[in-house]
Design a protein around this ligand. Structure first.
Ligand code: PPY
Length: 502
């Protein structure tokens, strides 16, 4: 742009370009002509047209990385800048009683010192998050049976603690794909981080650096990839989660950019050839279109935030592609979303560095089994068919979904996992309290690790093997128990007098 002057538009000028045949929008103070792009927008043209001639920044921000528009729109469609003085200063109008109530609840949040466990963050997030954001983060597939099962499965594993072990010093640090981690978990990839907080995934990057754990950067982050890599402390390892794009040139670029920027492991998502139905998310969007229903118009049921932007994912991805990935990168490859022993063995035979036993946080196939249950099946199959015990150098097992306590993590370690992935609890922590929320979650987990390792009689993770747990009931999906199950009332939700008054 050197030498050329930037054109400055008034808001009134932009407002004239407000139709399907002539559509301008403002994003981050810049004016763009998106007329030719309308039909190519992965989320459909309707949502852009809602902002034709207007400022779309608030809607754009959580769903797209900041550079999405600049990289996808040809330069000649970058028209110039908006004259800020012409934009009406719109005071933040509290649009509804519901929003007023939410803001009052944000004000009345319990102090962080009152938070005792990761469940607390979820309870508070539900009260203080914008409804759309809560719907997207918390939603899961169909009847959400797998989502519930993910945590419940941990309730079917019990400890066999050792006594009279000197546990004055306990060490729960480990390595994941050869990278140091202060605790045996990583922050797994979750999309659309700015829905919950304006700093989005940067909250996770900073907290990960501070506590010495590894963050997996998602393909669909709200912050740009470069922002998240630049936001890391010197030497802080990061992983990258990849959604494979139908356009393999784009995929190749993403992978090679990740490698160039020092990413230490590539986690390829293999459980999402199509996105599951997250009805809470879908209903949310549908209700937004309520006006159309009242007018009696035919309403196209909205697909929800996630499905709307998922059309780029390649459903033809298959085993043959592994060789191609090996040919374009030297990063260790991990398949994320393996759900049966046969596939874990196939992955091992294909020469990848590990697998994440996962059902995508219960968001893909309902009635898919929990990661921790799959782990038991996988470890048994490797022992019987390959004479391999875990942990095994060169091929690591990870589990994600439903992890809420250090005891959950220790159960997975005992059964052969190298580490587990934790996702939603950190989203809820920063959506409610910003980065401080995640810092607090890390302290809670650290304290839980220290205490539970002592109580288990183990001074390091190496000492935690299958002999320390009883997982005999893991495959029992239906457990007939009396209606007054203790665990249903065991968790006493955080009681804040101030919250209850509202
Ligand atoms: C999910 O929502 O489960 C995701 O993995 C993120 C996502 C979001 C939008 C499109 C595809 C995947």
């Amino acid at each position: 742009m050197s030498g050329s002057t930037v054109k400055v538009f008034s808001a009134a000028e932009v407002a004239q370009h407000n139709s399907k045949s002539d559509c301008w929008i403002i994003v981050h103070g810049k004016v763009y002509d998106v007329t030719d792009f309308l039909d190519d927008h992965p989320g459909g043209s309707k949502i852009i047209l809602k902002y034709a001639g207007k400022d779309a920044t608030t809607e754009y921000e959580p769903i797209h990385p900041p550079d999405a528009i600049t990289t996808n729109l040809p330069k000649e469609k970058h028209l110039g800048e908006i004259d800020a003085s012409t934009v009406e200063k719109v005071l933040k109008i509290v649009s509804s009683d519901a929003e007023k109530g939410r803001l009052a609840r944000v004000e009345a949040r319990p102090h962080l010192s009152e938070i005792l466990n990761l469940h607390d963050f979820e309870a508070i997030a539900k009260l203080v998050m914008v409804e759309k954001a809560w719907a997207y983060y918390s939603s899961a597939a169909d009847d959400e049976i797998t989502n519930r099962e993910n945590h419940m499965a941990y309730h079917r594993i019990w400890f066999r603690p050792k006594i009279l072990v000197d546990v004055e010093k306990v060490d729960f640090s480990t390595t994941i794909l050869g990278q140091k981690s202060s605790m045996p978990f990583y922050i797994t990839a979750t999309a659309l981080g700015k829905l919950g907080h304006p700093d989005g995934e940067l909250n996770l990057t900073r907290a990960a650096g501070k506590s010495g754990v590894i963050q997996m950067i998602p393909t669909l982050s709200s912050c740009s990839f470069d922002e998240l890599v630049d936001g890391a402390a010197p030497g802080q390892p990061q992983f990258y989660q990849l959604y494979v794009n139908k356009d393999r040139n784009i995929t190749k670029k993403l992978v090679q950019r990740a490698e160039q920027r020092g990413i230490k492991g590539l986690f390829i998502t293999v459980d999402a050839p199509q996105l599951g139905r997250r009805e809470k998310d879908m209903r949310q969007k549908f209700e937004d279109d309520g006006a159309d229903v009242q007018k009696g118009n035919r309403v196209e049921r909205n697909q929800g935030a996630a499905r709307a932007i998922s059309s780029f994912i390649d459903p033809s991805l298959n085993w043959k592609d592994i060789e191609w990935f090996k040919s374009i990168t030297k990063m260790p490859l991990v398949l994320k979303g393996v759900q049966r022993a046969e596939d874990a063995i196939k992955a091992y035979d294909a020469g990848v560095a590990g697998v994440v036993l996962s059902n995508h946080g219960g968001r893909q196939m309902d009635f898919a089994r929990s990661g921790i249950e799959i782990l038991c099946e996988v470890v048994k199959a490797f022992r019987e068919q390959r004479n391999i015990c875990f942990p095994h150098p060169g091929f690591e097992l990870y589990v994600d979904g439903g992890v809420r306590r250090a005891t959950d993590v220790l159960k997975a370690i005992a059964l052969g996992a190298t580490a587990v992935g934790i996702g939603r609890p950190f989203l809820y922590a920063y959506s409610s309290y910003g980065q401080e929320g995640i810092d607090k979650a890390m302290v809670i987990l650290r304290d839980e690790f220290e205490m539970n390792m002592r109580l288990l009689g183990a001074t390091s993770l190496k000492e935690i093997g299958p002999e320390l747990v009883d997982a005999g009931s893991i495959h029992q999906h239906v457990v007939p128990v009396p209606g007054d199950r203790l665990f249903e009332t065991n968790y006493e939700g955080i009681q804040s007098a101030r919250l209850l008054e509202l």
